[in-house]
Design a protein around this ligand. Structure first.
Ligand SMILES: Nc1nc2c(c(=O)[nH]1)N[C@H]1C(S)=C(S)[C@@H](COP(=O)(O)OP(=O)(O)OC[C@H]3O[C@@H](n4cnc5c(=O)[nH]c(N)nc54)[C@H](O)[C@@H]3O)O[C@H]1N2
Ligand SMILES: Nc1nc2c(c(=O)[nH]1)N[C@H]1C(S)=C(S)[C@@H](COP(=O)(O)OP(=O)(O)OC[C@H]3O[C@@H](n4cnc5c(=O)[nH]c(N)nc54)[C@H](O)[C@@H]3O)O[C@H]1N2
Ligand code: SF4
Ligand SMILES: [Mo]
Length: 697
């Protein structure tokens, strides 16, 4: 199409959200005037979230970066001069050649995540470039690494129940996921089930929007979910609600698990979790007696020291009741496996001069920037905002402030991270590019073709890494490859039978193409665990030094119902900082419209905890621990059990106060998958003297 044409054009939501909606973009005079859900998309069905309905505010924001910039003031101050792309590219390539010669190419590292979910944007030319350079490899563990590892120990394959089947469920457990805000089309599907009489139960540390919508909310202490799941197993085994024939055929270790779960009676589990024993009994019966039961395992409960085990344990439940044989039964943690593409073609790992290149975990970026042996000398940040989203954020900021660190940030906006860059490159929005999208929840692959002219001199990730590759003198065949050729290669992947029949031609004609789900009929017969079965007992875990059976381990920092704050480690309140409704991680944190909808960053605190600290609703409070302090506005509410405080949303620094929640979160790694432990944080809270806003720094 002609990018300046008026009209209505198909598009894809690029955000890191399971729903990956099909959109219709209404355009007039080169600008988006309206964004709506595509009514023809089988999952979107014409409905999208508030955030993206207001996407035009972000795409056409007056503060969009439009030209390459070079820093002229101190890091963090935000003084830059405009330079040309030629200057920017040759400066970066020159610096990289010099660093590679002087310190080795591992002194350079990418730092990226999924600010844009397009395969070409974040898993294509960028990866080729860093492979060819021989840069340190980034382990992208910030989101769901612990949960994916835990799930895989039990099920082997990164895929579970198909979303569209969940309308058949009679009981839906939403466990540690705030789906009203983070996966709205699962709510639509659950509503259909509910019309048939299904019950929706939310298990969470917070009476969030999802809990308010559900039929039953069970609040528990953070990080105690494994104990709850074991308590449910105890009752299922005790009362004969298990499907022994299923377990005999499809699992290993059910006898060992039965014996093991005997040690988790409801009274003990109640003491640990804070859930009354009678409610644990009631939940076990509801789950065990349901004809079809579905568990949505959210991301929240795996952002803990014991997060892998939480997911690994909950993932065992559907096997106990034989739910995997029911349409709509089972569980979901991540369906990314169904849509896996030819990543070798896209990313070309063989370009690496040495495949044994070091790997650095993105959750430890603060620590990594402090290394004195083989130090990191350059970071290239794209599709991520680490100063806001990474744990122990002041440590991260201190690293980025290093005068000798050469930092490039490719961004749409001058984020808190970009303020620390030496070179800032202006990025296109996803609507200005061609890209390929899959979902980690539903089964539709989508194609985005450009519907807007890029403003100013913005370039896509693919273009930037292509230019850099060519400037470094790398193979023009690899770095000059067209978008369409890359898409064809990505889809050419016979090893994934679900991708069968998904082609560029069909995508162009149909916009969204469903994966071929026929191989799923043999799902249980081809589980890629060591035994080929569902592993209730996991030898692989044993070999990795983990308990082979689901086992509850308390959080490292904090407490549960047995180990009270005075006996726990750290500070007296558990600090949970999950996403908010109107931002997408830190994206939209600078858009007036979205900020207004969220009002301001709050600390939700229980009346008992507030009373003990003379804190009243609306007071400015200081929230602190050994890592630092932030200022928030207190909201006194009983939405949590006493002892837990909540602050939703990844706000940018601003409003004259220090408010990045990650200043308080630990950079410890989870029990499995080396994932993030954002929610295993403890804090103390005090009323701000004179209730004046605290000046940052
Ligand atoms: N509106 C909006 N949507 C989003 C995002 C966003 O920022 N905003 N982010 C996107 C991304 S990247 C992701 S990964 C997903 C995440 O979306 P979800 O899967 O919903 O996960 P979270 O929102 O991280 O956490 C969900 C819930 O876990 C709870 N929780 C914390 N600790 C525990 C615990 O120990 N046990 C239990 N049972 N619950 C606990 C939190 O209180 C929270 O309500 O959402 C995506 N969608
Ligand atoms: N305390 C706490 N911290 C958390 C979480 C939490 O729940 N609590 N959630 C964690 C989770 S689950 C995740 S996934 C991470 C997310 O962390 P990030 O992946 O860093 O997510 P965003 O904050 O949305 O930042 C993405 C950035 O990419 C930019 N961007 C978008 N499109 C493009 C593009 O095409 N090119 C380039 N170059 N840039 C682009 C956007 O402008 C935005 O600034 O945060 C984690 N941090
Ligand atoms: S953020 Fe999620 S729900 Fe909103 S439009 Fe994008 S994919 Fe759909
Ligand atoms: Mo995430």
């Amino acid at each position: 199409m002609n990018k300046s044409e008026n009209g209505i054009f198909p598009a894809v939501c690029p955000l890191d959200c399971p729903d990956t909606c099909g959109l219709l973009v209404h355009k007039q005079d080169g600008k988006i005037v309206k964004v709506e859900g595509n009514p023809d998309h089988p999952i979107t069905q014409g409905a999208i979230c508030n955030k993206v309905r207001h996407m035009a505010e972000r795409v056409h924001h007056p503060e969009r970066l439009k030209h390459p910039l070079r820093r002229v003031g101190p890091k963090g101050e935000g003084r830059f001069e405009v330079i040309s792309w030629d200057e920017a590219i040759s400066e970066i390539a020159g610096k990289y050649k010099q660093l590679a010669a002087e310190y080795g190419p591992e002194s350079i590292m990418p730092y990226s995540f999924y600010g844009n979910m397009g395969v070409l944007s974040v898993e294509g030319m960028d990866r080729r470039f860093f492979h060819a350079l021989g840069a340190s490899r980034l382990e992208r563990t910030i989101c769901s690494a612990a949960g994916v590892a835990g799930w895989k120990y039990t099920m082997g394959f990164r895929g579970g129940t198909s979303p569209e089947d969940t309308v058949n469920a009679d009981v839906i457990l939403v466990w540690g996921g705030n789906i009203v805000s983070t996966n709205m089309h699962q709510v639509v599907l659950a509503e259909k089930a509910r019309k048939r009489g299904a019950k929706v139960v939310v298990i969470d540390v917070h009476r969030n929007r999802t809990a308010q919508w559900a039929d039953w909310f069970l609040p528990l202490y953070p990080g105690t979910d494994t104990a709850l799941a074991l308590g449910l197993m105890h009752i299922l085994f005790r009362d004969g609600m298990t499907d022994d024939a299923f377990m005999e055929r499809y699992t290993v270790g059910y006898r060992e698990l039965r014996e093991h779960a005997a040690a988790y009676p409801p009274e003990l589990v109640s003491d640990i979790t804070g859930i009354p024993a009678a409610d644990i009994e009631k939940l076990a019966r509801l789950y065990g007696e349901a004809a079809v039961s579905y568990i949505h395992i959210g991301n929240g409960l795996q952002h803990h020291d014991n997060g892998g085990m939480n997911v690994r344990t909950i993932a065992c439940l559907p096997a106990l009741t034989g739910q995997w044989l029911k349409q709509g039964g089972g569980a979901f943690r991540d369906n990314g496996g169904y849509a896996s593409m030819n990543s070798r073609s896209l990313q070309r790992p063989e370009l690496q001069p040495d495949a044994r290149v070091r790997a650095i975990n993105m959750n430890r970026i603060g620590e990594a920037l402090e290394m004195t042996e083989q130090p990191l000398k350059s970071l290239f940040v794209y599709c991520s905002n680490p100063l806001v989203v990474a744990p122990d954020a002041e440590r991260v900021r201190a690293g980025f402030a290093r005068e000798d660190l050469f930092t490039v940030v490719h961004e749409l906006f001058m984020t808190d991270t970009a303020l620390y860059a030496d070179i800032v490159l202006p990025a296109t929005s996803s609507f200005e590019n061609t890209d390929l999208y899959s979902s980690y929840w539903h089964h539709y692959i989508q194609l985005q073709e450009p519907v807007l002219e890029a403003p100013g001199e913005c370039k896509s990730n693919r273009e930037v890494f292509s230019l850099l590759g060519l400037a470094m003198g790398y193979d023009p065949e690899v770095f000059g490859q067209s978008e369409l050729a890359m898409i064809r290669e990505a889809l050419d992947y016979p090893r994934n039978p679900y991708l069968n029949g998904v082609t560029l031609e069909r995508l162009r004609a149909e916009r969204h193409v469903k994966l071929d789900m026929t191989p799923k009929a043999a799902y249980l017969d081809h589980l890629p665990t060591a035994s080929g079965r569902i592993e209730l007992y996991s030898k692989s875990m044993e070999l990795a030094g983990l308990p082979p059976l689901p086992t509850y381990t308390p959080l490292k920092e904090g407490y549960d119902g047995l180990r009270r704050p005075e006996q726990g480690t750290g500070y007296p309140l558990m600090f949970i900082s999950p996403p908010n409704h109107n931002f997408l991680n830190s994206t939209f944190g600078n858009v007036e419209k979205h900020r207004k909808m969220e009002k301001r960053p709050l600390l939700q605190i229980h009346p008992e905890d507030a009373g003990a600290r003379c804190i009243e609703d609306g007071d400015e409070v200081i929230v602190f621990n050994g890592r630092g302090d932030i200022s928030l506005t207190a909201m006194v509410t009983d939405k949590m059990l006493p002892g837990t405080v909540i602050s939703q949303g990844l706000w940018w620094e601003g409003d004259g106060r220090r408010q990045r929640v990650n200043i308080l979160t630990p950079d410890r790694l989870s029990d499995m998958g080396q994932g993030a432990t954002f929610f295993s944080a403890t804090v103390e809270v005090k009323r701000q003297a004179g209730n004046r806003p605290l000046l940052s720094e």
